[in-house]
Design a binder for this molecule. Structure first.
Ligand SMILES: *[C@@H]1O[C@H](CO)[C@@H](O)[C@H](O)[C@H]1NC(C)=O
Ligand SMILES: *[C@@H]1O[C@H](CO)[C@@H](O)[C@H](O)[C@H]1NC(C)=O
Ligand SMILES: *[C@@H]1O[C@H](CO)[C@@H](O)[C@H](O)[C@H]1NC(C)=O
Ligand SMILES: *[C@@H]1O[C@H](CO)[C@@H](O)[C@H](O)[C@H]1NC(C)=O
Ligand SMILES: *[C@@H]1O[C@H](CO)[C@@H](O)[C@H](O)[C@H]1NC(C)=O
Ligand SMILES: *[C@@H]1O[C@H](CO)[C@@H](O)[C@H](O)[C@H]1NC(C)=O
Length: 327
């Protein structure tokens, strides 16, 4: 009986995931010329991605695919880490075999200019909306709304990174043109997505705060970020230690830095907006929406905001990215 249920479960998982797979390897950037000719007539982009010098694997697929995740995980060393940095113990949520890989996002833009829109209060009272909408790819995160803030942050969203505790649950926020990317920090996050996709009851244990109990996005819109990206953010870009002292909570990158890391992989030029914390003014708004203030971020034990600020300062100074919220 048990084996039977497991078999049903695995086939359901298989169907869902195989259908959502996407291979970026055949996209037009930095790939073999043969592939480019086959896909379309667009001239290949000759410029290297903004951050090429810091990235170890250039033909990287940023999203997990049931069909080849084990292969990819061992190729990039993700089988040696647990979430959020690898898939060592979370493989049970995927099925190992499968041959279908759908290529969803055909690329019509050879040199992608991207903007990563942070949720910082610095976007308040700025009218960057039109500017932000002018980019090829617009990456947003968590529940930073577009609705009602169009003048400040624009209307379009290409990608939105989220996790179960931060995802929108009101369908008015669903833009069918957006691809949403689950950033899995823990195995519960993958389990949560499977439960939602299969219409099961949501087990709300093990979350930082109550996760969303419904999914406003259609399965075709959903991807799972390869933990390799989060690992790169933590170890290569933020230089976090691999082991923290026993009396300290391990620090992980914020979704904002993860989004920037993703942008470094898929974009040729990366601009930033809304990345700023002012810790000397704890009453200043934390986000461009809602009423949360900086004091909330100050208490955060899960991230190392100092390290992130140094990293941002560094990449801005080196002109690897451009800070749109510069005065
Ligand atoms: C934005 O403008 C409003 C009205 O002009 C003002 O009350 C508010 O303090 C401003 N907020 C910021 C963060 O500058
Ligand atoms: C989605 O994209 C289509 C085609 O580019 C466009 O016509 C439509 O307005 C977009 N929808 C939204 C909600 O942005
Ligand atoms: C941070 O807030 C303080 C107090 O409001 C202000 O004096 C300071 O200029 C702000 N710093 C930045 C970088 O905006
Ligand atoms: C923020 O505060 C204003 C005024 O105090 C209130 O009207 C509004 O409902 C609050 N918004 C949220 C999201 O809590
Ligand atoms: C945060 O990062 C900074 C800069 O890398 C480092 O000096 C500091 O020790 C880190 N703090 C914690 C609590 O990990
Ligand atoms: C972007 O520029 C603004 C204005 O100069 C500054 O306050 C903010 O800290 C900068 N952002 C980053 C991430 O350095």
């Amino acid at each position: 009986m048990r084996g039977y249920l497991v078999a049903i479960f695995l086939s359901a998982v298989f169907l869902y995931y195989v259908l959502h797979c996407i291979l970026w390897g055949t996209n037009v950037y930095w790939v073999a010329p043969v592939e480019m000719k086959r896909r379309n007539k667009i001239q290949p982009c000759l410029s290297k991605p903004a951050f090429a010098s810091l990235l170890r694997f250039h033909q990287f697929h940023p999203f997990l695919c049931a069909a080849d995740f084990r292969k990819i995980a061992s190729l990039y060393g993700s089988d040696k880490f647990d979430l959020p940095y690898g898939m060592r113990t979370s493989g049970q949520y995927f099925v190992k075999d499968g041959s279908i890989s759908l290529v969803h996002l055909s690329n019509s833009i050879p040199c992608k200019k991207c903007v990563v829109v942070g949720n910082g209060g610095v976007l308040k009272n700025k009218t960057l909306g039109e500017k932000i909408d002018s980019y090829d790819v617009i990456i947003r995160m968590n529940n930073g709304p577009v609705l009602g803030h169009e003048e400040e942050v624009g209307r379009r969203t290409t990608f939105r990174l989220f996790y179960p505790e931060s995802v929108f649950s009101d369908p008015i926020h669903n833009d069918p043109n957006t691809t949403v990317i689950l950033t899995a920090f823990k195995p519960h996050d993958l389990r949560w997505l499977l439960e939602l996709l299969m219409g099961d009851k949501i087990n709300t244990n093990g979350f930082w705060k109550k996760p969303a109990l419904n999914l406003i996005y259609k399965p075709y819109q959903i991807r799972i970020l390869d933990p390799f990206i989060i690992r790169t953010a933590a170890y290569e870009l933020l230089h976090f230690p691999k082991v923290f002292p026993k009396n300290q909570k391990p620090k992980h990158p914020t979704t904002g830095i993860i989004a920037i890391t993703l942008a470094f992989y898929i974009c040729h030029e990366v601009h930033l907006a809304g990345f700023k914390y002012n810790f000397s003014d704890l009453k200043s708004p934390l986000h461009y929406y809602g009423n949360a203030t900086m004091s909330l971020m100050n208490k955060n034990a899960y991230h190392n905001v100092t390290a992130e600020q140094l990293f941002l300062k560094d990449i801005i100074e080196k002109n690897l990215v451009i800070n749109l919220t510069q005065d």
